[in-house]
Design a protein around this ligand. Structure first.
Ligand code: HEC
Length: 187
């Protein structure tokens, strides 16, 4: 009986440690993802206001990687964040591991079935390795460069097509699932 209690207690401690660990992972991921999201969004908006869609499309081509690398270099050790999608403009943004492809397919299927996605999804890869996903959705502002022929900016899309001949990231509608930010965390 006593032994049973000890085992139960040990189990409870383990579970609560796991829960607090998960919470900490989520917080770290959220902070890192927000930083990249805000940087990219801020720069795109600034360019859009000052120079319009065509010049901003070129800016995205020129600067998306540089900005992503710059923000990544500011993170604590063991954390990195990227954007992935199943329908990519830049093939470097296609997920490089099967678990990421599986996750995107799962999320997409849920959205198609009319389900609401959680804000963050934590996946434990191994004892000290986590991936945290934040789904990305299309809003009205994205259509200029990711919408159908009717909504795209013609000039901007000419620039995009010239730089990304194999672009798949078009014909999206508002509220479509676009992909995800993934925070990779090694503890
Ligand atoms: C001015 C044009 C423009 C606008 C507006 C724009 N994008 Fe993009 N987007 C691009 C370009 C160009 C790339 C490719 C960047 C690169 O080479 O990594 C891209 C890449 C992406 C990627 C990375 C995956 C991929 O396909 O390569 C995601 C995710 C994305 N955009 C989401 C969005 C969302 C969500 C919005 C609206 C909030 C948005 N974009 C608005 C031009 C734009």
């Amino acid at each position: 009986m006593k032994r049973g209690l000890v085992v139960l207690y040990a189990l409870m401690v383990t579970l609560s440690l796991q829960a607090s660990n998960n919470k900490e992972i989520k917080m770290e991921a959220k902070t890192a993802i927000m930083k990249l999201g805000k940087t990219l969004k801020g720069e795109v908006m600034k360019n859009m206001k000052a120079h319009g869609p065509n010049s901003t499309a070129y800016f995205c081509y020129k600067s998306a990687k540089r900005l992503t690398d710059k923000v990544n270099s500011s993170y604590p050790k063991g954390i990195s964040v990227k954007r992935i999608s199943l329908k990519v403009r830049n093939k470097n943004n296609y997920p490089k591991s099967p678990d990421e492809i599986k996750m995107l397919k799962n999320l997409e299927a849920k959205v198609k079935a009319g389900k609401k996605l959680p804000k963050l999804i934590v996946e434990k890869i191994s004892a000290n390795h986590y991936k945290v996903y934040k789904p990305i959705f299309i809003n009205k502002k994205c259509l200029v460069c990711h919408g159908d022929a009717k909504h795209r900016n013609k000039e901007a899309y000419k620039t995009i097509k010239a730089k990304y001949p194999h672009d798949k990231a078009i014909n999206y509608k508002v509220e479509d699932f676009r992909g995800a930010f993934v925070a990779d965390i090694v503890k």
